[in-house]
Every structure is written in C-alpha cells, then in structure tokens.
Design a protein around this ligand. Structure first.
Ligand code: FMN
Length: 252
C-alpha cells in the first residue's frame, strides 16, 4: 500500500530497531556506572571527565552536539533544537546563537529555564542538564566570535535566524527563488559592510548563552533497560554545608 493512502489507524512506523525496520531493540552492554565512579563534588567536573573520555575514545564524532530545549511562557509550549556546546567552566555550559530573532530567544525572554541533552550512542551515555540561562558579556562573546572563520562571522551578522524568507517580489519568470535570494542579499550587504576589515565586532544580537545547572543527570545504558542513572541536584546554600550538590541514584 502506498504510504499516502495508509489508513489513519495503520502505523507507519512500529517498533523500529536500528537498521531493522521492525524487531527487538538492541541491548546496552558497554559499561556500568556506580556512585564511586562519579565525582563527589560537582557535576561540572563529572561532565568534563565524561566529555574528555568521549573525545579520547574517538568513537563519538561530535560529543559537543546537544539538544537545547526552551519553553515559552505563559503558553508553556516547548521547543527543542540541536546546538553545539562551545565552552564549559565552573559556572556552567555555554552555547552560541542568535538572540535577536530566533525562537530560543523569544522563549528565553519569557522564561530563563532551559535544558541541554547529550546522547553519545557509541558509549551508550546520556547527560541531561537543567538550569537557568543567562547571556555572556559582549567581551566574552567577542572572544569566541574571533575564533570563527570569516564566513561564519559574516553569516552570524547576515542571518535573521528563524525569520521566514519569501521570494523576492516582482522577480518574474524566476522559479528558482524560494526565498534563499533574500539571504544571499543580506550576506552581500554584510560582506560589503566589513570589506577589508580583519576584525569584525560580534553583533549585539548574537553571542554566548550559559546554562547554569541546577540539576545534571548521568545515564549509562544497561541490559534489559535497567540503566544506571545518577542525578546531581543543587542544594540551597547553608552556612554549615560545604557540599553544594546532592547525588542520588534514580530508577531507570
Ligand atoms: C548538529 C547541529 C548543530 C547546531 N548548532 C547550532 C548552534 O551551535 N547554534 C545555533 O544557533 N544553531 C545551531 N544549529 C541550528 C539549530 O538547530 C536551529 O535551527 C537554530 O538555532 C534556530 O532555532 P530556533 O529558532 O528554535 O532558536 C545546529 C543544528 C544542528 C543540526
């Protein structure tokens, strides 16, 4: 039966398993995670340890790839998209993006809570970060901006991220323009603006966003879906307590 004529009740996808279109899901068998494996002081150090291991393994092509979720208030509508982690420091996790026109910018202007999810399939590891997001200073963002190739710096200036691009009106007879031409025009304008300039300032509407974690979960896949999960949660500061985080095992 052709897909488009499938009845409303027939499932187009059912229990996929990797390359098999249907079957039993694969087992996770690469490792185990116990409390004693984890950094006892901070999830930041633990993340760094796992990230370094992912890089060292040479199995995970881009361990910096993660899913950023934000939610708009008052609707509560959630949106997610892939981004790259660009920095980690004692305060938190930094990504870079457009904060003028993007959806994440709109969401964050109503609600600072955000989450990052990493999935390193080859190591059967997932990490979930939840916390409040705050913009980096212009000086901090400039430092990273300067490391980008010129084309990407021009691109950041040119793109009004997530705005609808419409074909140029009156361009009669040109069926090729599906809206891309507007973007190409913006890029040309930016190139002209910065012609001959080596140092390009970071746009005000672009830069770093730090997710300051309130909870971080480390997940190691195990057989029969009986995974190992540990969550660090930020404690309210007290005068007696030096320990900033609680650490607990979660049921899979
Ligand atoms: C692997 C991957 C990495 C990406 N990295 C970034 C990034 O670091 N920053 C960014 O703004 N968009 C990045 N994108 C594009 C975003 O997923 C998204 O399309 C864009 O940020 C607009 O999203 P928004 O309007 O929901 O905010 C990436 C996409 C992919 C597939």
């Amino acid at each position: 039966m052709a897909l488009h004529s499938a009845s409303v009740n027939s499932k187009l996808i059912f229990a996929p398993a990797g390359k098999e279109s249907h079957g039993q899901a694969e087992q996770f068998t690469r490792g185990i995670l116990t409390r004693s494996d984890l950094d006892q002081t901070s999830p930041i150090w633990q993340f760094h340890k796992w990230f370094a291991a992912a890089q060292r393994s040479e199995l995970v092509a881009h361990p910096e790839t993660c899913c950023l979720s934000t939610a708009s208030l008052p609707s509560g509508r959630v949106s997610s998209r892939m981004v790259y982690l660009k920095e980690l420091d004692a305060e938190g996790f930094v990504i870079y993006s457009n904060f003028g026109t993007s959806k994440k910018a709109q969401d964050l202007s109503t609600n600072p809570w955000a989450s990052l999810t990493f999935w390193w399939e080859e190591l059967e590891r997932q990490i979930r970060v939840e916390g409040r997001a705050s913009r980096l200073t212009r000086e901090e963002s400039q430092k990273y901006f300067d490391t980008r190739v010129r084309g990407s710096r021009i691109g950041a200036w040119s793109s009004r991220q997530s705005q609808v691009l419409k074909p140029i009106q009156g361009d009669a007879g040109d069926e090729e323009d599906d809206g891309r031409r507007v973007l190409d025009g913006w890029v040309k304008e930016t190139e002209k603006r910065f012609e001959g300039e080596e140092n390009i300032p970071v746009p005000d509407f672009w830069g770093g966003l730090r997710i300051i974690p309130e909870s971080v979960e480390f997940w190691q896949g195990r057989q029969s879906r009986l995974h190992d999960r540990f969550i660090y949660e930020k404690k309210a500061p007290t005068e007696e307590s030096v320990q900033e985080w609680t650490l607990e095992r979660l049921s899979p």
